[in-house]
Design a protein around this ligand. Structure first.
Ligand SMILES: C[S@@+](CC[C@H](N)C(=O)[O-])C[C@H]1O[C@@H](n2cnc3c(N)ncnc32)[C@H](O)[C@@H]1O
Length: 254
């Protein structure tokens, strides 16, 4: 019955959008079934996902819900603790999306923000700290959910280059490193998309609730440039990569 009702979900906005961009949304029941295929990764707050054609975020919202449930479980079911707030924020920073249509990008950001905010109880949603968190969440979403063409990651006349930020956490402090998608794809192997590299930190280190207050929103009108040669950070033993269990999962929903 629930399934039947959901098939009435509006999956198409206009015939023109279907023709021009293949925009047909996946019904909620199918989103849940597909997320079940990577249930363990969805239930891990830190595992990163990239939705290369994110639409209004139906996959990313479902994954965020599961990650928020995992964050709640980490703190014994409570949503009124500083630890829950941090884990919930970390969950948000782990989700990435690209869409070619700007209105879908805005809708995706708004849907993720609403889902994230709703997971906090009244106690956490008060005061200056909450205001800082909310502003920082908007800031992160502007970096993580991008207008772009996944098939032309270096940009074109119509779409900007796709440049993500990799967020690295140490307790409450976050540091963001700019990462060009085309360079990431050139290097990617099956287990790791974000390599540990040293392209210069563009954000932080800052407490996560201060991210949005310190810096202007990203400027995304840069012309297309050739991909930067990847610079890998050197450790004593040579080059290092983020472990496979932190790898970026692809959700190909096209
Ligand atoms: C079939 S819909 C899927 C939307 C969502 N992933 C879902 O499953 O409901 C395809 C989406 O991809 C976007 N899109 C089409 N071509 C794209 C491209 N080259 N790069 C990024 N997004 C693209 C469309 O705007 C649309 O939102």
């Amino acid at each position: 019955m629930a399934k039947a009702k959901e098939t009435e979900q509006k999956l198409i906005k206009s015939r023109k959008r279907v023709r021009d961009h293949g925009e047909v949304f996946t019904p909620d029941w199918l989103v849940r079934d597909m997320c079940d295929l990577v249930a363990a990764q969805c239930a891990d707050v830190g595992t990163r996902f990239l939705e290369p054609a994110c639409g209004d975020g139906n996959f990313l919202v479902e994954i965020l819900r599961r990650k928020l449930a995992a964050a709640r479980a980490l703190v014994g079911g409570r949503t009124d603790t500083a630890r829950f707030r941090r884990e919930a924020f970390r969950a948000l920073t782990s989700l990435y999306g690209i869409d070619i249509l700007p209105d879908n990008v805005s809708a995706c950001r708004a849907n993720l923000l609403r889902t994230w905010a709703a997971a906090h109880n009244a106690k956490l949603r008060r005061g200056a700290r909450w205001a800082g968190c909310e502003q920082s969440a908007r800031f992160v979403l502007e970096w993580n959910i991008l207008h772009g063409n996944t098939l032309k990651p270096d940009g074109s006349e119509e779409t900007p280059a796709v440049v993500f930020v990799e967020w690295q956490w140490t307790d409450d402090v976050v540091c963001g490193t700019e990462e060009r998608l085309s360079a990431l794809l050139q290097e990617a192997d099956a287990d790791s998309l974000f390599s540990v590299r040293d392209c210069g930190n563009v954000i932080g280190p800052l407490p996560y609730w201060m991210l949005g207050g310190e810096l202007p929103a990203p400027e995304r009108s840069a012309p297309a440039e050739p991909p930067m040669p990847p610079k890998l950070r050197r450790f004593e033993g040579g080059m290092a990569e983020i472990r496979a269990d932190q790898s970026l999962q692809f959700l190909l929903a096209l």
